[in-house]
Design a protein around this ligand. Structure first.
Ligand SMILES: O=C(O)CCC(=O)N[C@@H](CCC(=O)O)C(=O)O
Ligand SMILES: [Zn+2]
Length: 335
């Protein structure tokens, strides 16, 4: 296999490849753009106009998606997968990947849409570099722009695989993209209701891509991801890459939709979350339930009917989201 196909090995070893550009037997050009960043370009005659950004390792301990991208890249480097799309592979936080940590100093997925300018350290530099790489990649006009940012979650979940769909004022969520996610094995989608500072929010809001955070199961170390079923996602990614997706229309086929009712923000060290430590994502909370308390007698009480909690985490830094309250919604208002 070509050395650049081993982007993961290079990244984990903190090494720079001797040759920065290589051609596969299929005439596909692979170009190393910097640590954890590789661009794949099909021969011009085969290019179908799709620009696909695939990122993983934004959180360094979320290894299943990193392994998935590694496999896809190996397939391309060996000539088994024949791209018609341009692809940018990004490993989000190499430093944290090397230590098996979610992050070193700051959660890189809270530093986008310019937030890195108010921060410092390795993750602020990385978020700035990722923004630049994505901006350059999506700068070619007239191409379809799609971004999947792949993650796994800290805790177990009543719904194993789901996507988060960013929000931008005046832009409609696309039913066709939801159908594509369903075909890729996602069981639910959370429709965001305000702008955000995550990587997928950046590519959606600022770069005009269709962009999603995909949650694929529970985070485990490298080599321990057998329980995570990625065959549907892998097959769909391969079809997008090779430009041979079935045209099955926009049927959502049982996909569960939720909208974000509220983000729970931790304001101080006095923040206390009234949930069991082992609570699963998508657990239902009854109306009137006292979810959290913070300084100055701030109380978070569940008001919404059918509310569920995802990503509850009282250990986040002050000022960041410590959980999301979601409610069921329907597909009626989709574009
Ligand atoms: O399990 C958790 O608590 C967090 C899992 C995770 O990393 N989720 C992403 C979601 C990003 C988004 O809101 O689009 C994150 O929190 O960064
Ligand atoms: Zn993550």
């Amino acid at each position: 296999m070509l050395a650049l196909g081993k982007l993961l090995d290079l990244t984990l070893a903190g090494r720079e490849p001797a040759e920065k550009t290589q051609l596969t037997v299929e005439g596909v050009r692979m170009r190393w753009l910097g640590e954890g960043a590789l661009e794949v370009s099909p021969p011009e005659a085969r290019d179908n106009g799709m620009s696909l950004l695939l990122s993983a390792g934004i959180h360094g301990n979320e290894t299943a998606p990193i392994e998935l991208l590694d496999e896809l890249l190996h397939g391309i480097a060996r000539g088994e997968i024949k791209p018609q799309a341009r692809i940018l592979f990004l490993f989000g936080n190499p430093e944290a990947m090397r230590t098996g940590a979610r992050y070193i100093e700051h959660d890189v997925n809270r530093l986008f849409n310019g937030r890195h300018e108010q921060s410092s350290g390795v993750e602020a530099l990385r978020a700035c570099a990722l923004e630049r790489l994505a901006t350059t990649f999506f700068s070619v006009q007239g191409r379809t722009r799609l971004h999947y940012d792949l993650h796994t979650a800290i805790r177990g979940s009543k719904i194993e695989q789901f996507a988060l769909y960013p929000y931008k004022e005046g832009r409609q969520h696309s039913r066709r993209e939801l159908a594509r996610l369903r075909a890729a094995g996602m069981e639910a989608v959370l429709l965001q209701s305000k702008p955000s500072i995550t990587f997928s929010a950046f590519t959606y809001e600022t770069l005009g891509a269709e962009a999603f955070t995909l949650e694929l199961g529970k985070a485990r170390p490298f080599g321990q991801n057998n329980e995570i079923k990625l065959d549907l996602l892998q097959a769909r990614l391969r079809q997008i890459i090779e430009g041979n997706e079935p045209q099955e229309g926009d049927a959502l086929d049982g996909l569960q939709l939720f909208s974000v009712a509220r983000e729970i923000i931790k304001h101080s060290d006095s923040f206390h979350l009234h949930l069991p430590a082992d609570i699963e994502n998508f657990s239902e909370l009854s109306q009137g339930y006292l979810l959290a308390e913070d300084l100055a007698e701030t109380r978070w009480i569940v008001e919404e009917e059918g509310a569920r909690i995802i990503f509850p985490n009282p250990k986040v830094k002050n000022g960041l989201r410590a959980g999301i309250l979601i409610v069921p919604t329907s597909a009626e208002q989709l574009g």
